[in-house]
Ligand binder design. Structure first.
Ligand code: PMT
Length: 212
């Protein structure tokens, strides 16, 4: 029997801590990434799902890695990527983390009145730089304006095979929604629009197009 092809998927938000009880994050629920993981598993892939903190059930039969910060997510993804034939990065990774990191719960009067931020690693860029010719790397672009132009820039800059452009300015199609509507762009100038449907259907449409 042939060994299953390995598929690596990231999902959910990251948490960037300010002290032991406060953090910066975003509303990603993990739904888009979890549906991709579930459909990929059904298609026969060996799926590893690397996720930030979410409160939805884990898909059956996938290898699950739980992380919190962008730094932790990077460490796991960079380690697993070389063995993966397909990688799909849906995680809403925080681009910045606070420079300040307080101990325990910082007291009101000692809390900084302003926070300075430092850049987090761009994990997808790093994977794109590492990518070999037998691997397929798919990114997501969460955009609130000039969607396709911004998605196209990310596709090229990060050396991706495909990018899924997601309009997050529409509450029906972005963070936390049950449904989605996306445009899939390829490095070969292909262009597919998937109309409003469940995130599960969108996940199946994406996988059927990028893995033929
Ligand atoms: O989780 P849900 O509630 O279902 O919402 C789904 C979603 C809206 C989060 C998802 O569909 C989506 O659009 N994910 C991309 C979120 C994002 O961070 O997009 P971006 O345009 O900022 O980043 C572009 C790509 O680079 C993404 O693949 C991201 O995973 C990656 N990235 C970003 C920043 C960073 N420091 N490292 C990265 O790897």
């Amino acid at each position: 029997m042939n060994k299953p092809v390995k598929c690596l998927i990231s999902a959910g938000p990251t948490r960037e801590w300010i002290d032991d009880v406060r953090f910066i994050s975003n509303p990603s629920s993990g739904k888009m990434g979890f549906e991709l993981a579930s459909v990929a598993k059904k298609m026969g892939f060996e799926v590893t799902l690397v996720s930030g903190p979410v409160s939805i059930p884990r898909p059956d039969g996938v290898i699950y890695k739980s992380v919190e910060t962008a730094i932790e997510m990077r460490e796991v993804l960079v380690k697993l990527f070389p063995q993966s034939s397909l990688a799909i990065m849906t995680a809403a990774v925080s681009d910045h983390r606070p420079e300040f990191l307080g101990k325990k719960k910082v007291k009101k009067d000692e809390f900084p009145s302003s926070l300075k931020f430092i850049r987090n690693p761009d994990i997808l860029q790093e994977l794109g730089d590492m990518k070999s010719s037998n691997q397929k790397l798919i990114g997501f672009a969460a955009e609130s304006f000039d969607h396709l132009a911004n998605g196209q820039k990310k596709l090229e800059a990060k050396n991706l095979d495909w990018i899924v452009v997601n309009d997050i300015s529409n509450p029906k199609t972005g963070f936390e929604s049950e449904m989605n509507e996306v445009t899939l762009l390829s490095r070969n100038n292909e262009h597919f629009s998937f109309p409003l449907s469940t995130k599960r259907k969108i996940a199946a449409d994406i996988l059927n197009q990028v893995w033929k």
